[in-house]
Design a protein around this ligand. Structure first.
Ligand SMILES: Cc1ncc(COP(=O)(O)O)c(C=O)c1O
Length: 417
C-alpha cells in the first residue's frame, strides 16, 4: 500500500492553496460539498472548450461526447462495482434522481401497500417517497433513530417489514452525525421479511467509504459527485433487471433503452467529464498502481482515505469530549472511529449554532450550522426549535494542523462567554 501524503494531496486542490484576507481557509464543510481537484477542473474546461456538443451528430465533437458518456458510465460502474456500465444513470443531483425514479417505482403501488423511510435520512430520500405514497394511498412508516448512537433502530425496522412492504429507502451514512448504518444488516432484514425494493442513499457515504453494490445486493444506490471532489452531478445505480421492469417518464421520441431512457433531456456533459476525473483522482491515491484495473485502485484509494479519516476522527472526539460545555450527537467513543465518518454534530451550551458558525467564519474556518434537511432526526432529538447543531466535517485532505486551528478558535470563542 502506498504512503498517504496529505500535503501532496492538498497541492492538487486549488481551493486549499488560496488565502482569504491573508489567511489560508480551513474547509470543514465537506459534508455539504467537497473541494475540487485540479484534474477535475482541467477535464471540465477541456470538454467545454473543445468538444461541447450533443449526442448523435456526424462530427468529431459529437463523437467525443458519445465516448465521454460511455466513459462516465464505466467510471460509475467502477466506483460502485456494478456488474455493467448500463446500470449507471446520471441526473442533476441525488434529489432529482430520487424524485424521477420514485414516480416510476410507484406506478404500480396500490392502496394498502406500505413503504419504509428512516428518521436518520436527509429528506432527499424521504419526501419523494412520502409524496408518491400519498398519491397512491400507500402507508409510510418511518424507522426511528437509536439516540444513544444516532443509528438506525434495527429492531424497529425488522418489526415494520412485512409482505406488504414495497420499498425501503435508507441512508448508508448520516450527513449530520456521521453514523455509518450497518447496511448489510438492513439488506438482510429486508430480504428476510419482505420482497421490498431497496433504495440506498450513499451521498454522505461515498466520499469516505468504498461501495460495492454487487456485494450489498441493493436495487438502487445514489450518490452525488460534488461530495467526492467532482462537479454537481447525481449518479444512480439501478440493478439491470429492476430497471428493465420499470417504465420511465420520458419524451416519446427519446430511445426507450436502458440506461438512457432514465436520463431526460440533455445531460451535463462537462460534469460527466469532471466526474470521470474525480473517479480517476480517487484511484490515483493508490500511487504507482497504474497497471491495476481502476476498481482495484479505487479500493486502495478508499483504504487510504479511511485510515487517514479515522485518525482524524479519533483526535476530534478525544478533544471535543474534553469540553464539558459541548454535547456531541452520535458516536462519541474515539475507539469506535471506524463506525462513523469524520462528521461531527454538536451543540455548545448557551451559544446558538449560528453564532458559533459565524464566529468560525470570521476566522476563515468553514463550518455549518442548521438541520441539513435531516428533519426526522431533528424532530426526534428536539432540535428543530433551537437552531439545530453545529456541524464540522473532515475530508481526506484535512490535517491535524487544521484541527489545532479549529480548537484554538473554539477556545477563543469559549473564553468570550
Ligand atoms: C445524505 C444526503 N443525501 C442526499 C442529499 C441530497 O443530495 P443532492 O444535493 O445531490 O440532491 C444530501 C445533500 O447534502 C445528503 O447529504
Amino acid at each position: 500500500m502506498p504512503a498517504f501524503d496529505v500535503q501532496k494531496i492538498r497541492q492538487q486542490f486549488p481551493a486549499l492553496q488560496q488565502q482569504v484576507n491573508g489567511v489560508t481557509p480551513v474547509f470543514l464543510d465537506g459534508p455539504g460539498g467537497s473541494q475540487v481537484s485540479q484534474r477535475v477542473l482541467d477535464a471540465m474546461v477541456e470538454y467545454l472548450g473543445r468538444y461541447n456538443a450533443n449526442l448523435g451528430g456526424a462530427y468529431f465533437s459529437s463523437h467525443k461526447t458519445v465516448e465521454l458518456m460511455a466513459q462516465a458510465r464505466q467510471a460509475g460502474a467502477d466506483l460502485y462495482n456494478a456488474a455493467s456500465a448500463d446500470e449507471i444513470v446520471f441526473g442533476a443531483n441525488a434529489t432529482t434522481l430520487c424524485f424521477a425514479m420514485s414516480r416510476a417505482i410507484a406506478r404500480d403501488w396500490q392502496a394498502g401497500d406500505e413503504i419504509i423511510v428512516t428518521a436518520l435520512d436527509h429528506y432527499s430520500n424521504v419526501s419523494p417517497w412520502v409524496l408518491a405514497a400519498e398519491e397512491k394511498g400507500v402507508t409510510v412508516h418511518q424507522v426511528p433513530v437509536d439516540e444513544s448512537r444516532c443509528d438506525l433502530d434495527y429492531d424497529q425496522l425488522a418489526a415494520l417489514l412485512n409482505e406488504k412492504t414495497r420499498l425501503v429507502a435508507c441512508t448508508w451514512a448520516s450527513n449530520t452525525t456521521g453514523t455509518l448504518v450497518d447496511m448489510p444488516r438492513v439488506m438482510a432484514l429486508i430480504k428476510q421479511h419482505s420482497q421490498a425494493l431497496s433504495w440506498v442513499d450513499a451521498v454522505h457515504y461515498a466520499p469516505h467509504c468504498r461501495i460495492d453494490v454487487q456485494a450489498l445486493d441493493c436495487d438502487f444506490l445514489v450518490s452525488s459527485a460534488y461530495k467526492y471532489f467532482g462537479p454537481h452531478l447525481g449518479v444512480l445505480y439501478g440493478k439491470s433487471d429492476v430497471l428493465a421492469q420499470l417504465s420511465p417518464y420520458k419524451v416519446a421520441p427519446a430511445k426507450d433503452v436502458n440506461p438512457n431512457r432514465w436520463e431526460t433531456g440533455t445531460q451535463n456533459y462537462e460534469a460527466l467529464a469532471g466526474f470521470i476525473a474525480a473517479i480517476d483522482y480517487i484511484a490515483s491515491l493508490a500511487g504507482t498502481a497504474d497497471n491495476l484495473p481502476r476498481r482495484h485502485q479505487l479500493e486502495q484509494g478508499y483504504a487510504l482515505i479511511s485510515t487517514h479519516e479515522q485518525q482524524l476522527s479519533r483526535l476530534w472526539l478525544e478533544r471535543l469530549n474534553s469540553y464539558p460545555a459541548i454535547r456531541v450527537y452520535g458516536i462519541t467513543d474515539p475507539s469506535l472511529a471506524a463506525e462513523r465518518t469524520p462528521t461531527f454534530a454538536f451543540r455548545i451550551e448557551g451559544i446558538e449554532p449560528r453564532v458559533v458558525s459565524e464566529f468560525f467564519g470570521q476566522h476563515q474556518i468553514c463550518i455549518w450550522d442548521g438541520n441539513f434537511y435531516a428533519q426526522g432526526l431533528y424532530e426526534q432529538l428536539g432540535l428543530t426549535e433551537v437552531g439545530g447543531v453545529v456541524r464540522t466535517g473532515c475530508m481526506h485532505y484535512n490535517t491535524t494542523e487544521e484541527l489545532d486551528r479549529f480548537f484554538s478558535v473554539l477556545d477563543h470563542l469559549l473564553a468570550q462567554v
